[in-house]
Design a protein around this ligand. Structure first.
Ligand SMILES: C[S@@+](CC[C@H](N)C(=O)[O-])C[C@H]1O[C@@H](n2cnc3c(N)ncnc32)[C@H](O)[C@@H]1O
Length: 295
């Protein structure tokens, strides 16, 4: 299996339908990742001379996307950057305003499965969790944040109701070097109610650390504050999120756009993957898609 095939793109049919891809349009994939969604968009653009601008903050993801999308030649432009800076990244590309933008948030399977990145609690790796550049790592947070702040972070970003116990256990056991050492301590700190655990007890704490290290919610907010500027009237914005806090940010931004007459919401209710997709691709289970059209 090639590297890009390790990541199965989520809700591709729905994303393309909502984007209403025109063969001669300019499209932005703000999270190009392994290029799964991008390849499907480019198949349409190939028919009419359109261009896709693919963005990712992870240079490794861009390398994989580059390989996969090379067949589309000059129809595709790839740039490294944080989608929070969407206006500057688009300006630098010298492309005209776009007919649509897609953001498929979170991690790719390649990132999650690369032990050296430290995203996974099931295999030993350094407590890193950075998607792209930046100095802050999970190790820094786990080993140095005061207990109270650590508990607040785990509560806010992980929605972990045992955040105080988890933070206390972490502070008592630190310093940590490896993901699995942290996962063990977190698991022991959470009261076990046999059979009731739907997810691994460390899931929420790891999620919280990842969101904090990468400032993911702030990036999403800034993306949604700026994206309309780079779009032409009638252009579509599609966001696929995997975390309730992300979905709330998307929902509220779209509502604000609609209230002030900047955009029209296309998804009255959030769109979820089909049962068929969730059966075949467990990663899609928590996916939520929302779409809006610039007025
Ligand atoms: C779920 S994957 C996208 C997968 C892609 N749609 C595909 O089909 O292969 C999310 C990607 O977004 C990137 N990413 C996350 N937050 C980002 C941000 N703020 N700016 C740019 N890229 C980001 C990650 O590095 C990751 O490669």
């Amino acid at each position: 299996m090639s590297e890009s095939e390790r990541h199965r793109p989520v809700m591709v049919r729905e994303a393309l339908e909502f984007l209403k891809v025109q063969p001669d349009g300019i499209y932005i994939d703000a999270t190009v990742g392994a290029g799964g969604h991008a390849a499907e968009i480019l198949k349409v653009l190939q028919r009419g001379g359109g261009t896709l601008l693919g963005i990712d903050r992870d240079p490794n993801a861009l390398r994989i996307a580059q390989e996969r999308l090379a067949v589309f030649g000059e129809r595709v432009k790839l740039v490294e950057g944080n989608f929070a800076e969407i206006d500057a990244l688009h300006a630098r590309s010298l492309l005209p305003p776009a007919a649509g933008a897609l953001a498929d948030l979170g991690l790719s399977s390649m990132q999650l499965e690369d032990d050296e990145r430290g995203f996974s609690f099931s295999r030993p790796g350094p407590l890193d969790m950075r998607m792209g550049g930046g100095k802050l790592t999970a190790e820094e947070i786990v080993n140095h944040l005061p207990e109270r702040e650590l508990a607040d972070l785990i509560f806010k970003f992980g929605e972990e109701r045992h955040s105080r116990r988890v933070a206390r256990a972490i502070v008592k056991a630190r310093p940590f070097r490896l993901t699995t050492e942290l996962a063990q301590v977190v698991t022991r700190a959470i009261p076990s109610r046999a059979g009731l655990h739907q997810i691994h007890p460390a899931t929420r704490t790891f999620m919280a650390l990842r969101l904090a290290v990468n400032q993911e919610l702030e990036s999403l907010e800034r993306f949604l504050e700026r994206v309309l500027v780079v779009l032409e009237p009638g252009a579509r914005v599609v966001v696929i999120s995997f975390h309730s806090l992300e979905d709330r940010i998307v929902k509220e931004s779209f509502r604000r756009w609609q209230r002030v007459g900047q955009a029209r919401i296309l998804t009255k209710h959030v769109v979820r993957p089909t049962a068929e997709e969730t059966e075949g691709n467990p990663r899609s289970r928590s996916a939520k898609l929302r779409a809006a059209e610039k007025v």
